[in-house]
Design a protein around this ligand. Structure first.
Ligand code: XMP
Length: 510
C-alpha cells in the first residue's frame, strides 16, 4: 500500500498534515522523529516524508534532529516550518533568528517556478508562524518563494527531490496549500491516490474473519461513535462471537441509549447486553462537586460494571476497543498521554482475562471512522453525532449531579440541538450543547416568583477542538431555544449564551 510518513518534530499540526494527505486518498502515518530510522523509512517503502513543524530552534541542543542520511536516501522530503529549517540545517545551510520578531498569520507569498507550485499563482496568501528563518540556502538548493520579511519562504533541491516551505500549507489560511500538498504527493512522490477508509475497513473485516475465527470477542460499548463503529465492523467479521456490553451510565443525551440499542442491536444484529446502571452511577456521584472526582468516579464505575458483566461471559479471546488514531498518537507522545487518560472513560479492565486486544479503528481519524460507519450501514443520525465526553452529561451538570438536574439538562440540550439543526448544515457549529449551571436565579412565571436553574448554551466552531471559537449563532435561533427551554423545561428559568473561546476557556465546562 502506498503511504507517506509524517515525521513529527513536536509541532501542533502533525495530525492535520496527515489528515490533509489522507484527504487526497494517500495513506499517511505519523511517527515521532525518534521512533523510526532512515533504514526503516526506506525498507517500509514510504513514497515520501513530510517533516512537521516544531516549537524549537534547530541550534537549541534540546531540539529534535534526524539522521541527515535521509536526504540522500532517494525518498522525497517536504519540510514544513521547523521541518524546513531542519532540512536547511541538515543539508549544510544556515538558520537565523529574525531581528524583527518573525512573521505570524496571513502573509503575501511570491512563488517562482517549482513542481511544488504548479498551478499556484505567482502571488497568494500563506500562513506563517515563525521567528527563525533560513538565512543561507544549502548547496544544491535554490530559493523558490519569498515573502516581504522572509528571503527564503521555500527552497528545493529538485535532483534529490527535497522541498522545504517556511509557511504551513496544511492550514486552510494558506490559499493554495492543498494544491501544494497535492503537487508534492502526486507530482513529486508519484502517488496514485487510491486509498479509501472504506477499503481499509473491508480489509480489516477480512483479516479478523480469519484471525479471530472460532474465538470469543468482547467489546465495551459506550454508546459513542467510535465504539459503535468498531462493534459493527467486528460483527461483520465474527458475527455472534462478538458480545458487546453496553454500560448505560444514565448520562447519555436524550434518546441516545435507546437509539444505539435499537440500531446496532435490533437493526444491524449486533449482540448487545445493555446494563442500565443510571441509578448506580447517581448514587456514586451523590454530593460530589469536583469535576475531576466526578470523571474518576464515572470512569471507575464504568470499568467495574463492565468487569462484572464480562465475568459472567467467562474467558474471551480478545478484548476489542474503539481506539482511534488520535488516541494512539496522543498516548505515544509522553506528556500527551495525560490528555488521553483525561479524555477517556476508565482504562483497561484488569480482572478480565483475554489474550489479545483488537482495535480495528486504530489507524483512522474521526471523519474516516464516520465514513466507515456509513459504509457499514450505520444511519447518519448515529454516525454524525457530535463529539461527546465519555463522562457524558455528568460533566455538563456543574457541581453535584442529581436525577432532576440530568432530566432538565437532557430536555434543554435536546431543544437547543433541535433549534440549531434547523440551520443549513454549513451554518451549524462543530459542537453545540447545553450545560446546566449550578446558578439559581429569581424569575417570574404568571404571577408567581420562581427560583430556577440557569442553563448555558455552548456552540463552537473549530477544526480540531484544540482551539475553538464561540459561534455567532443567529439571534433568532438563540431566541427560540431560550424561549422554548424556559417554557418547556421545568426547573430552568434563565438561559445564557457562552461567548468564551478556547483558549482560555475549554469547550466543556468541567
Ligand atoms: P475541552 O473541554 O477539553 O474539549 O476543550 C475538547 C473536545 O473533547 C471533548 N471532550 C471529551 N471527549 N472524553 C472524550 O471522549 C472526555 O472526557 C472529554 N472531555 C472533553 C469535548 O466534548 C470537545 O469536543
Amino acid at each position: 500500500m502506498e503511504k507517506i510518513l509524517v515525521l513529527d518534530f513536536g509541532g501542533q499540526y502533525d495530525q492535520l498534515i496527515a489528515r490533509r494527505v489522507r484527504e487526497q486518498r494517500v495513506y499517511a502515518e505519523i511517527r515521532y522523529f525518534d521512533r523510526i530510522t532512515t533504514d526503516e523509512i526506506v525498507r517500509e517503502g514510504y513514497r515520501g516524508v513530510i517533516f512537521t513543524g516544531g516549537p524549537n530552534s534547530v541550534y537549541d541542543p534540546a531540539s529534535p534532529h534526524f539522521d541527515p542520511a535521509i536526504l540522500d536516501a532517494g525518498v522525497p522530503v517536504l519540510g514544513i516550518c521547523y521541518g524546513a529549517q531542519l532540512t536547511a540545517y541538515m543539508a549544510g545551510g544556515e538558520v537565523s533568528a529574525a531581528d524583527n520578531a518573525g512573521e505570524y498569520g496571513r502573509t503575501l507569498l511570491k512563488t517562482g517556478e517549482s513542481a511544488l507550485f504548479r498551478d499556484v499563482p505567482a502571488e497568494s496568501v500563506c500562513w506563517m508562524s515563525h521567528t527563525d528563518f533560513i538565512s543561507r540556502v544549502p548547496e544544491g538548493f535554490r530559493v523558490t518563494a519569498r515573502t516581504e520579511k522572509c528571503p527564503c519562504a521555500a527552497m528545493e533541491d529538485e535532483a534529490r527531490r527535497l522541498y522545504a516551505v517556511q509557511f504551513h500549507p496544511e492550514v486552510t489560511h494558506t490559499e493554495f496549500g492543498r494544491r501544494m500538498l497535492r503537487n508534492f504527493l502526486f507530482g513529486v512522490c508519484g502517488c496514485a491516490g487510491d486509498w479509501k477508509p472504506e477499503n481499509y475497513a473491508e480489509s480489516m473485516i477480512e483479516r479478523y474473519r480469519s484471525d479471530l475465527a472460532g474465538k470469543k470477542v468482547l467489546l465495551a460499548l459506550s454508546g459513542g461513535v467510535d465504539s459503535s463503529v468498531a462493534a459493527v465492523l467486528l460483527h461483520r467479521a465474527v458475527g455472534q462471537a462478538l458480545t458487546c456490553v453496553f454500560v448505560d451510565h444514565g448520562l447519555l443525551r436524550k434518546g441516545e441509549g435507546d437509539a444505539v440499542e435499537q440500531t446496532l442491536g435490533r437493526e444491524l444484529g449486533v449482540n448487545i447486553i445493555r446494563v442500565n446502571a443510571g441509578e448506580r452511577f447517581l448514587s456514586k456521584l451523590a454530593g460530589v462537586g469536583s469535576p475531576e472526582q466526578k470523571r474518576k468516579i464515572i470512569g471507575a464505575e464504568f470499568i467495574r460494571i463492565f468487569e462484572e458483566e464480562a465475568r459472567r461471559i467467562g474467558h474471551v479471546h480478545a478484548l476489542a476497543q474503539g481506539t482511534i488514531y488520535p488516541d494512539v498518537i496522543e498516548s505515544g507522545k509522553g506528556a500527551s498521554a495525560v490528555i488521553k487518560s483525561h479524555h477517556n472513560v476508565g482504562g483497561l479492565p484488569d480482572v478480565i482475562s483475554f489474550d489479545e486486544i483488537v482495535e480495528p479503528l486504530r489507524e483512522l481519524f474521526k471523519d474516516e471512522v464516520r465514513a466507515v460507519g456509513t459504509s457499514l450501514g450505520i444511519p447518519a443520525e448515529l454516525v454524525r453525532r457530535q463529539p461527546f465526553p465519555g463522562p457524558g452529561l455528568g460533566v455538563r451538570v456543574t457541581g453535584p449531579v442529581t436525577k432532576e438536574k440530568l432530566d432538565s439538562l437532557r430536555e434543554a440540550d435536546a431543544i437547543f440541538r433541535e433549534e440549531v439543526d434547523k440551520l443549513p448544515p454549513e451554518r451549524r457549529p462543530d459542537q453545540y450543547f447545553a450545560v446546566l449551571t449550578g446558578v439559581r436565579s429569581v424569575g417570574v412565571m404568571g404571577d408567581a416568583r420562581t427560583y430556577g436553574f440557569t442553563a448555558a448554551l455552548r456552540a463552537v466552531s473549530t477544526d480540531d477542538f484544540m482551539t475553538a471559537e464561540w459561534t455567532r449563532l443567529p439571534y433568532e435561533t438563540l431566541e427560540r431555544a431560550s424561549s422554548r427551554i424556559t417554557n418547556e423545561v421545568p426547573g430552568i428559568s434563565r438561559v445564557v449564551y457562552d461567548i468564551s473561546s478556547k483558549p482560555p476557556a475549554t469547550v466543556e465546562w468541567e
